[in-house]
Design a protein around this ligand. Structure first.
Ligand code: NAD
Length: 427
């Protein structure tokens, strides 16, 4: 995030606005606008060259009133406590809007995994757990992977936790590899979850995915699986875009009669970048990076980065667009939101649209705690039910109160957490 930008101030500002609309009690507001707990600690590591380096680690538990805290751990050189606090707060609202019995947390370590050997990374993972193991666990707080952390990191963390606890506790952490406590369906969950909400949004507007078109930004985990399900439902994906590390810029690849997903997957690397020469040779148009937003389509799915649908790009949106599904976190700026409202485009806000990932993480934890694992179809059918129910609750409120979908999602989430806090007698 850019310098000078205070993510936590932004999260508090959003909360204050909804608290005002909901006319929340002053005590509830004071309680929910701050994290319940924050842990700051040092992680000394014996580096491969014999020196000792001391890393800074964090865990923030924003709220556990609806269940154990839940949220990822990020490894990033520019990590700040403000970002971790904001992300922990947003996790509380995300879990509440899909109505899973979890609260919000987030963690981080200031480090750059590109500069660290696997052994050094393992030491950071184990050191992180040694600092917080008494304060996390299946009934307290369940971390997960996030920016630059992987299933391997999660497994080292689980192993350290189990060693300290002297037992098997796979539910302490999610995002583990399948076969080591991970859940089937987790890879598909965020992209499929987004398309379940798109399917329902189009239904409310009197359309269906069969015969509809979608333009996407990005071609990573979220967009690949969103495209897969959209096509399975009979829709066409007319463009995708990706970052090209060789040319140091993004490109849009377009085929108005629909991409061939199997072919596109076969020419995409593990970072979600297409082989440009092969795409062009197969008849795909190679256009500038931001061309996806102006492409004629029924659905726009920003699925790459934050700040993409903004004051500069919003007016390029094609008049045919009916739905914007925010697969990425924070792709739309408040200025663009104002234009989207004015144009009457149906918005599926990020913390609802991409909540399939955390919902499946919750399923992973449930399976761990039972020590019984579901088939993939069962995981995906439970995911569909959760996402569809959450979507309609938000859309019903938006319709009945004539409010924007993003505001309705915040209202539902904050109201659920506030009610739980009040009923417990905390505030
Ligand atoms: P990813 O790293 O797998 O893929 C990112 C994609 O974006 C790649 O195809 C990359 O080439 C592309 N990209 C990068 N810069 C671009 C640019 N300037 N223009 C066009 N494309 C660009 O990431 P992901 O896991 O798919 O996550 C994407 C977004 O979704 C992020 O905002 C992430 O926080 C959010 N998200 C992901 C999950 C999940 O489970 N993966 C869950 C919730 C939210």
């Amino acid at each position: 995030m850019s310098k000078g930008f205070d993510a936590f101030k932004m999260a508090q500002g959003q909360f204050d606005q909804v608290a005002e609309t909901l006319d929340l009690d002053a005590g509830v507001r004071a309680f929910l606008r701050e994290p319940m707990r924050e842990y700051h600690f040092t992680i000394p590591v014996h580096m491969d060259d014999g020196s000792v380096e001391v890393f800074r680690g964090f865990r923030v538990q924003h709220s556990d009133v609806r269940g154990p805290c839940k949220g990822g751990i990020r490894f990033h050189p520019d990590e700040t406590i403000s970002t971790v606090k904001a992300l922990a707060t947003w996790m509380t609202w995300k879990c509440a809007v899909v109505d899973i019995p979890l609260g919000g947390g987030k963690g981080g370590v200031i480090c750059d995994p590109h500069e660290l050997s696997m052994r050094e990374q393992e030491q950071i993972c184990r050191g992180w757990i040694r600092n917080v193991w008494k304060n996390i666990g299946p009934v307290q707080d369940i971390p997960a992977p996030d920016v630059m952390t992987t299933p391997q990191h999660m497994l080292w963390m689980m192993d350290e936790y189990e060693t300290l606890m002297g037992g098997k506790y796979p539910g302490v952490i999610t995002g583990k590899p399948v076969g080591s406590g991970g859940s089937l369906g987790r890879t598909e969950a965020t992209g499929y979850g987004a398309i379940y909400t798109v399917r329902e949004a189009l239904k409310r507007l009197g359309f269906e995915i069969k015969g509809a078109t979608m333009a996407c930004q990005g071609f990573g985990n979220v967009t690949q699986y969103a495209a897969d399900l959209f096509i399975q439902y009979g829709g066409k994906v007319v463009c995708i875009s990706c970052w090209d590390q060789k040319d140091m810029k993004a490109y849009t690849y377009r085929k108005m009669d629909g991409i061939d997903l199997e072919f596109i997957m076969s020419i995409t690397d593990r970072f979600g970048t297409l082989d440009a020469d092969k795409a062009i040779a197969a008849g795909y148009e190679q256009l500038p990076g931001d061309a996806w937003i102006g492409t004629e389509a029924d659905v726009l799915l920003p699925g790459a980065l934050e700040n993409q649908v903004n004051a500069d790009t919003i007016n390029n949106i094609h008049p045919r667009v009916k739905v914007i599904a925010e697969g990425a976190n924070g792709p739309t700026t408040p200025e663009a939101d104002a234009v989207i409202k004015e144009k009457g485009i149906f918005m599926i806000p990020d913390f609802l649209c991409n909540a399939g990932g955390v919902t499946c993480s919750y399923f992973e934890q449930v399976q761990n705690n039972m020590n019984y694992y579901w088939e993939k179809d069962e995981v995906l059918s439970k995911l569909d039910t959760k996402m569809t129910t959450a979507f309609h609750a938000v859309a019903d409120l938006a319709e009945s109160q004539s409010v924007y979908m993003r505001d309705a999602a915040y209202m539902i989430a904050i109201d659920r957490v506030a009610n739980a806090a009040t009923l417990r007698g905390l505030v």
